[in-house]
Structures are given as C-alpha cells and as structure tokens.
Write a new protein. Structure first.
Length: 199
C-alpha cells in the first residue's frame, strides 16, 4: 500500500513537472518604459501664471558733466522708458537722473554719444531679477559725511536743497514686478527704482 502511494505521488509529481511551461524571459525594465510614462502628472505641472519670470539687466552707470546734459536728448529717442516706474518720478527727473533700456545692438551708438558728452563709465553691473525680487545697485560709496545738493519737487517747485549723508553707500533699489494689466508689446516684468542710503 505504501508502495502504491509512492508510485501515485511520483507520477503526479512527474506530470506536474512535465506540464509546466518554462518561465518567459521578461524584457529589461528600460525597454518597458515609454516616454509618456516619464512625463509628470497634471498635478505636477506649473501653471503658466505661476511660472518664474526673470529679467536680465546689464547696467552701465555713466557720469557726465552737468553742462553737457543736453547731449542725452539724442539717446532718449533710442531708449525705452515706459515699463520703468519710479517711487518719485519728478524728483528723479528734476535731478537729471535718467534711466532707460534698449537692445544690445544699440550699445555702440549710445556709448559714442555718452563719450562725446564727456561721459565716464563709473561701473557696469549685471543683474538677474526674478519677479518680486529686489537688488541694490550701488551708485557711489561715501567715505565721509558730506552734503549732497539736489533739486526738490516738494514745497517750492525746483528748489535746490542739501542733505548731509554718509558715510555709506548711495544706491538704487531695483525691483522686478509684474505689469498689471499687461500692456501689449511690453515684457511682463517692470522695474521700480528707489534711492536708498545705507551705512
């Protein structure tokens, strides 16, 4: 009886072993992945209104003698000023503090006009600003306390006033901001300028 039981078990085992198919070789994992599988899900996509916007500026700071300031009239016809905002535009303009931007291709012509007006390049700075970020651009460093005269637009219009500042640095705080509403033909970022004095 035991012998019969052994024969039945071995026969069943033999049938099971011969009836099994060999395991199929699976393709390597990298052959199973499709390009679509690598794309992020919709929840991982940035919405276009949330994407990071940046503006790259190369800033040239020139100093020109006051008697030659009218030479700049030729330059302002070439430059753009609309997307620039000043905390106090009238004060900046009354003190012949002018800011404009243009294309790289214009630079040689602009530089020649500035040099013919006796302009000296004081500094060149490169700024990369993202939306809402501010950078301070140093205009000059004051090693001692000194009085700086400027034209005020408050009180009596065009009055010459003096302020004692320093030591420290006189700088412009430049901030990139979204233009709301977005005017056609302009970049999405505008610049706001604030003068600051820090120690």
């Amino acid at each position: 009886m035991i012998r019969l039981l052994q024969i039945v078990v071995l026969s069943c085992a033999g049938l099971l072993l011969t009836g099994c198919n060999a395991p199929e070789k699976s393709a390597p994992l990298w052959q199973q992945v499709k390009i679509g599988d690598l794309a992020p899900s919709n929840s991982g996509k940035l919405h276009t209104n949330q994407s990071l916007k940046t503006i790259n500026l190369i800033v040239y700071i020139f100093e020109i003698p006051a008697e030659n300031i009218s030479a700049l009239d030729n330059i302002w016809q070439m430059l753009h000023t609309k997307p620039l905002r000043f905390n106090d535009y009238d004060t900046f303009g009354a003190n012949s503090f002018l800011v404009g931007f243009g294309q790289v291709q214009m630079w040689n012509e602009i530089r020649d006009v500035l040099r013919s007006a006796g302009g000296r390049r004081r500094e060149t700075a490169s700024l990369l600003l993202s939306d809402g970020q501010a950078n301070d651009l140093t205009i000059t460093v004051l090693s001692n306390e000194q009085t700086i005269f400027y034209t005020s637009t408050e009180g009596s219009l065009g009055s010459l006033e003096g302020v004692t500042i320093g030591p420290g640095r006189l700088a412009l705080r430049i901030k990139a901001e979204k233009i709301q509403p977005f005017p056609p033909g302009y970049k999405e970022l505008a610049l706001s300028l604030t003068k600051i004095v820090s120690r």
